[in-house]
Design a protein around this ligand. Structure first.
Ligand SMILES: Nc1ncnc2c1ncn2[C@@H]1O[C@H](COP(=O)(O)OP(=O)(O)OP(=O)(O)O)[C@@H](O)[C@H]1O
Ligand SMILES: [Mg+2]
Length: 258
């Protein structure tokens, strides 16, 4: 099993778009995939057509240890792809658990019962480095960082990599940034190429070779209730996320012993 947090404290960089579509592509390749929505915005849950304002049970209840994790899971329109939903209630968790002992370890404890049931567990994090993101980083072994290549954002990236390092030292020795993903790549501008080359120069083999191009089909996709593979199978979005999924699977041999 590989556990991956898709994290970037910057908003709107394609964390959710990447979690949904990479997750779907991995499922199409035959992997059993669990997607966990850790964002109070509930964007990933809405994407799969859930009425997030009327969720009976969600990650909120899991964090407060009111229900077992398995009880909140929802099937999606893709075979092998399961979703743990969230909504705005999750925002309350940071405050409620602020002074709780062991608050960073809750997710790890609650998800321990399902780790053997999936090939991939992918966590869509909120755009912050608060308690929920720290819980994600304490549970997973890998961090994928989606980056918007339309803006220079190396400072934010350094902050994030430092946070991962602190969590690794204090809470989770096996944590590694294993993949930086260049998203919203616009080949018509020099900026996208410049940003990609800078990141590649600094973070070398941690940067995926697959690049996710700017594609309006991807922007339209959330309201369709489906991942890009079903909404627009012939789009560049489907091609790019499929390539990325293959590259992710090729890394598996490195994680066999884990
Ligand atoms: N490759 C792409 N081409 C075109 N639009 C894209 C692409 N990737 C993402 N987007 C759009 O960019 C916006 C932000 O994407 P997304 O919601 O996935 O980011 P996020 O990092 O999850 O945001 P937040 O921090 O709010 O959770 C969305 O409107 C999405 O449709
Ligand atoms: Mg998001």
């Amino acid at each position: 099993m590989r556990s991956i947090a898709l994290t970037n404290q910057k908003g709107g960089v394609a964390k959710t778009t990447t979690t949904v579509n990479l997750g779907a592509c991995l499922a199409h390749l035959g992997k059993k995939v669990l997607l966990v929505d850790l964002d109070p915005q509930g964007n990933m849950s809405s994407w799969f057509g859930l009425d997030i304002h009327n969720l009976e049970r969600s990650m909120y209840n899991v964090f407060l240890e009111e229900v077992y994790f398995e009880e909140i899971l929802k099937k999606t329109c893709v075979e092998n792809l399961t979703l743990a939903p969230s909504n705005v209630a999750l925002a309350g968790v940071e405050r409620i658990l602020a002074h709780e002992k062991g608050r960073d370890l809750i997710l790890k404890k609650r998800l321990s019962s399902v780790v053997d049931k999936y090939d991939y567990i992918m966590l869509d994090c909120p755009p912050s480095l608060g308690l929920i993101t720290i819980n994600a980083l304490t549970f997973v072994k890998e961090v994928f960082i989606p980056l918007e290549t339309k803006v220079l954002a190396l400072n934010g990236l350094v902050t994030l990599v430092n946070t991962v390092q602190v969590v690794k030292e204090r809470l989770n020795h096996s944590l590694e940034v294993t993949g930086i993903i260049a998203c919203r790549f616009d080949s018509r501008t020099n900026l996208s190429n410049e940003v990609y080359n800078q990141i590649k120069g600094q973070f070398k083999n941690k940067v995926f070779n697959s690049i996710i191009r700017e594609n309006t089909r991807l922007a339209e996709c959330p309201i369709s209730g489906k991942p890009i593979t079903l909404y627009a199978p012939d789009s560049t979005g489907t091609a790019d996320y499929t390539d990325l999924a293959k590259e992710v699977v090729e890394m598996e041999s490195r994680f066999k012993e884990i």
